[in-house]
Design a protein around this ligand. Structure first.
Ligand code: XMP
Length: 521
C-alpha cells in the first residue's frame, strides 16, 4: 500500500482517491503520526499532501528528515514538495507571483514521474510560497512562466516534489503522473479493487465490534444502506437497523427498503420498521410554514428513534453512514479547514446510550460508496437512487401535508420518474450507450397548493396542479432546469392527468438555482 501524509490541504482525500483509481490501496495519516509507525506499515510509497502553512515559519506542520532516508519513494505535493525541499536543504520563500488556477507547465518527460506526459501540459496551481532553490542532489524537472521549480527529483533516492496539484482534475495529465509514481516508481502492481475495501472493512468492523451491539438508523438512502450492508456482513444479528417510515417516502419506497433489509431480504440483521405515517400526519395537520414542517419532521424522527433505542437498551456502537464529503463540509476532515457544518456529522444524538460511534464509509466519495454497495449485493436501483431529502415529500407538498396529498404526489412522481427513465434508456440505446445531455441529476414531482378549474369528460373539475422539477447540477449548490424533450413531458402530463385523481394541471418548473432552490420548500 501507499500512505498519504496529511498536512491539512483541501484536496487530500482526492489524492487518496486518485491513488485508489490506479487500483492501488492507500490510507491517509496525519503528519503527526510517529515515524516508527510509518516504518512499521512498510508502505511501498509515501505521498506528502498540500497544506495551508509556510514551511519556513515556526510551528508549521513538518516531518523529520529521516522520512526521506527510509529508502521508500516519497512524492511531495505543493506544501509537501516545499517541505521536502526545506527539510533537505533547499530554499522556500514567499513567491513574487502567487499562482492560482490552470497554468501551463513545461515538463521534462524523460523523468520517470512524467513518463508519457506531454512536454507542455495544463496543471492546477495554488500556492503563495515557492521553491527558489532545490535541495542538493535535486534536479528541476518542470517549470512555469512564474515558477522556476514546478517539479524536482532526486531519482537515485526516489524523491519527487511537485508544486502543482496532480490530484485535481484540472491537471489534465495528473492521474498519469500519480500512476507513474505509484506504479512506475513505487512498483505497486495495481491489482487492488473495491472488493478489497469491502473485505478489509468487514474485517476491521469485526475486530472493532467484537461481540458488541451496533445500532444504525437506516433511511433507505445510499449511504446508510451501504453502511448497513457492510455491518451486516461483518457482524450479522449484532446489528439492529431502525427504519422509520414517516409516510413521506416515495411510492413503494418503504416496501423496497424492507424487501432488501427486512426478514426476507439479502442481509442478516435485526430490521425494525416503524410505520409512523399517522403520527407524522397528525403532527403536520394544519401546519403550512416550510421551516416549521421541517422542524416537526426532524423532531419526530428523533423521538421515534429514541423510543426504539430505549426498547433495545444500551448498545456499544452507534453506526452512521457518514461519507467523506460530509466530513469535509463539517470541517472534521483530517487536518483541513472548516467550510460549513453538515447535518449528518457532529450533531450526534445524545439520547441513545452508546459508547462509540462507528463510520465505515468515512473515507469514501459517493461514487466509491456506490461501488461498494454493488459489491455487497445491494440492488442497483437502490445504489443509484437519486438524492432524496430527509423531510421527504413533506417539503414537496406545498402547504399542509395530509395522507391524500401524499398519495397524489407519490403517484404523479412515480409516473414522471418512470417516463423519464424510460426515455433516457431508449435514448442511450440509440446513441452508443451514452447518456442524453438532458438527463437530469435530480427530478421529481411536487404538489403545488394551487387548485384550478379544468374539464374532464363533460365535467368541470377543480383540482390541484402538480409541478415537475428536473435539474442538471454538479454539486447541488447551483442548478439549471434540465431540457427534457417536449414529447416526454407531454406523455408524463397526459398520464398524470388520466391516472392520478385529484390533479388536473401539470407545470414544468424552469427555475435555476439560484434564485430558486431545488426543492420547493
Ligand atoms: P435545495 O432545495 O437546498 O436542495 O436546493 C439541494 C439538495 O439538497 C437536498 N435537500 C436535503 N437533503 N435534508 C437532506 O438530506 C434536507 O433537509 C434537504 N433539503 C434539501 C435536495 O434534495 C437537493 O438534492
Amino acid at each position: 500500500k501507499v500512505i498519504v501524509i496529511d498536512f491539512g490541504g483541501q484536496y487530500n482525500q482526492l489524492v487518496a482517491r486518485r491513488v485508489r483509481e490506479c487500483n492501488v490501496y492507500c490510507e491517509i495519516y496525519s503528519y503527526k503520526t510517529d515515524l516508527a509507525k510509518i516504518k512499521e506499515m512498510n508502505p511501498k510509497g509515501i505521498i506528502l499532501t498540500g497544506g495551508p502553512d509556510s514551511c519556513y515559519l515556526e510551528n508549521s506542520a513538518t516531518c523529520s528528515k529521516e522520512l526521506f532516508e527510509l529508502g521508500i519513494p516519497v512524492l511531495g505535493l505543493c506544501y509537501g514538495a516545499q517541505l521536502m525541499q526545506h527539510v533537505l536543504g533547499g530554499k522556500v520563500e514567499k513567491a513574487p507571483v502567487r499562482e492560482y488556477g490552470k497554468t501551463e507547465v513545461f515538463v521534462d518527460n524523460t523523468s520517470k514521474l512524467f513518463a508519457n506526459v506531454s512536454e507542455k501540459t495544463i496543471c492546477w496551481m495554488s500556492h503563495f510560497d515557492y521553491i527558489s532553490n532545490v535541495a542538493p542532489e535535486f534536479k528541476i524537472i518542470a517549470h512555469t512562466a512564474d515558477c522556476p521549480v514546478a517539479a524536482a527529483e532526486n531519482a537515485d533516492k526516489n524523491l519527487y516534489a511537485i508544486q502543482f496539484h496532480p490530484e485535481v482534475l484540472h491537471t489534465v495529465e495528473g492521474t498519469k503522473m500519480l500512476e507513474n509514481f505509484v506504479k512506475g516508481i513505487c512498483g505497486c502492481n495495481g491489482t487492488w479493487k473495491m472488493d478489497s475495501f469491502v473485505e478489509r472493512t468487514i474485517e476491521e468492523i469485526k475486530e472493532k465490534v467484537g461481540d458488541g451491539k451496533v445500532l444504525l438508523a437506516l433511511s433507505g438512502g445510499v449511504d446508510s444502506s451501504v453502511a448497513a450492508g457492510l455491518l451486516s456482513r461483518a457482524i450479522g444479528k449484532q446489528l439492529t437497523c431502525v427504519f422509520v417510515d414517516h409516510g413521506l417516502l416515495r411510492k413503494d419506497e418503504g416496501n423496497q427498503v424492507e424487501s432488501v433489509f427486512g426478514e426476507n431480504g439479502n442481509f442478516d440483521l435485526n430490521f425494525i420498521r416503524v410505520n409512523a405515517a399517522d403520527r407524522y400526519y397528525a403532527k403536520l395537520k394544519g401546519v403550512e410554514e416550510p421551516e416549521k414542517k421541517r422542524k416537526i419532521i426532524g423532531e419526530e424522527f428523533i423521538r421515534i428513534f429514541e423510543e426504539e433505542a430505549k426498547k433495545i437498551g444500551a448498545v456499544d456502537f452507534l453506526a452512521q453512514g457518514t461519507i467523506y464529503p460530509d466530513v469535509v463540509e463539517s470541517g472534521l476532515g483530517g487536518e483541513s479547514a472548516v467550510i460549513k457544518s453538515h447535518h449528518n456529522v457532529g450533531g450526534l444524538p445524545d439520547f441513545v446510550d452508546f459508547k462509540e460511534i462507528i463510520e465505515p464509509l468515512r473515507d469514501l466519495f459517493k461514487d466509491e460508496v456506490r461501488k461498494a454497495g454493488l459489491e455487497l449485493g445491494i440492488p442497483e436501483d437502490l445504489v443509484y437512487r437519486q438524492p432524496f431529502p430527509g423531510p421527504g415529500l413533506g417539503i414537496r407538498i406545498i402547504g399542509e401535508v395530509n395522507a391524500k396529498k401524499v398519495q397524489i404526489v407519490q403517484d404523479a412522481d412515480a409516473i414522471y420518474r418512470e417516463e423519464v427513465d424510460k426515455a433516457a434508456k431508449e435514448w442511450k440505446a440509440q446513441h452508443n450507450n451514452e447518456n442524453p445531455s438532458w438527463k437530469p441529476d435530480q427530478y421529481f414531482a411536487a404538489l403545488t397548493n394551487m387548485r384550478s378549474v379544468g374539464v374532464m369528460g363533460d365535467e368541470r373539475t377543480y383540482d390541484y396542479a402538480v409541478a415537475l422539477r428536473a435539474v442538471k447540477t454538479i454539486d447541488f449548490m447551483t442548478a439549471e432546469a434540465a431540457e427534457i424533450p417536449f414529447e416526454v413531458l407531454q406523455t408524463v402530463m397526459s398520464r398524470i392527468i388520466n391516472e392520478v385523481k385529484g390533479i388536473n394541471r401539470v407545470f414544468y418548473d424552469l427555475t435555476s438555482k439560484p434564485p430558486g432552490t431545488i426543492e420547493m420548500e
